[in-house]
Design a protein around this ligand. Structure first.
Ligand SMILES: Cc1cc2nc3c(=O)[nH]c(=O)nc-3n(C[C@H](O)[C@H](O)[C@H](O)COP(=O)(O)O)c2cc1C
Length: 250
């Protein structure tokens, strides 16, 4: 088993994997970690589909377009899930409150699913496996992906996670300094934040110019803002509606 430092501090996304499956007992360990996710009211408003079948991974890769989907040993889909509570409501004759249609309810599901994904990341990394979150699992035709996965109504994809034995050890990416990530008692001053951000921006530019593997000329801020400009145009509302999650602004 790896140490907490390995799992939390020395973690990096791994995008190349050995052609090797994950042992059943290791997969079971990851699933146990997922099951024990802390969730809102212990409502467990999430579910996970793990795809290990090579043909299905290939089919999903054709939609999602990230090579990790086909090259990893196991690809996990973390989903908001209000379907199971709806089933229970019907069985018990309790009125279903359509919590998933409120921004608060949907957020609860997203938080639960995201924490479940982090349980999986920590468990997998502790076993010496490599992981990479895949947001395109939600944004690149999630309706088609959901059909392949057989997701029922009120279940919707939040994020994907590729897991496999690492075939690379990328340099750890620099992150914002602690002083502007975690504030003590009160949010910080803009002037201090900006000077730290600009220093961080320069650090990322240097990292991108000199890192092992593929180098780029990207900075941090302009690169991320560019990414936001592209991503904000991707609408998932239609997909959520198809899954019977209709967000209502009240
Ligand atoms: C929600 C989420 C979605 C992500 N989606 C992708 C993705 O689709 N493809 C990819 O290669 N990396 C993806 N990543 C990985 C990020 O690029 C990576 O975490 C970030 O660059 C920081 O690098 P590190 O994980 O090595 O620290 C995603 C990460 C998160 C948390």
């Amino acid at each position: 088993m790896k140490t907490f430092k390995d799992v939390l501090i020395d973690r990096r996304s791994v995008r190349r994997y050995e052609r090797k499956g994950i042992e059943p007992e290791k997969l079971a360990f990851i699933c146990d970690a997922i099951r024990n996710t802390p969730t809102s009211y212990n409502g467990q408003q999430f579910s996970v589909v793990v795809v290990t079948d090579p043909e299905t991974k290939l089919e999903l890769y054709d939609i999602i377009g990230q090579k990790q989907v086909k090259t990893c040993a196991a690809f996990f889909f973390f989903c908001v899930d209000f379907h199971q509570l709806e089933l229970a409501a019907k069985a018990k004759g309790v009125e279903f409150p359509d919590y998933q249609n409120s921004l608060n309810g949907y957020t609860v599901g997203v938080v639960d699913a995201t924490l479940a994904m982090h349980q999986a990341i920590a468990a997998a990394e502790s076993l010496g496996l490599g992981t990479c979150c895949i947001g395109y699992a939600r944004t690149a035709d999630p309706a088609k992906t959901s059909e392949i996965l057989g997701l029922p109504s009120k279940v919707a994809i939040v994020c994907g996670l590729a897991v496999g034995y690492p075939a690379e050890t990328p340099d750890i990416k620099p992150k914002r300094p602690a002083e502007i990530v975690v504030f003590e008692n009160r949010y910080g001053d803009d002037e201090v934040i900006l000077s730290k951000l600009m220093a961080y921006d320069a650090e990322v530019s240097e990292y991108n110019r000199s890192r092992a593997g593929d180098q780029t000329a990207n900075d941090w801020a302009a690169h991320i803002l560019d990414y936001h400009e592209i991503e904000r145009k991707k609408a998932i509302e239609k997909y959520l509606k198809k899954q019977e999650i209709e967000l209502k602004i009240r």
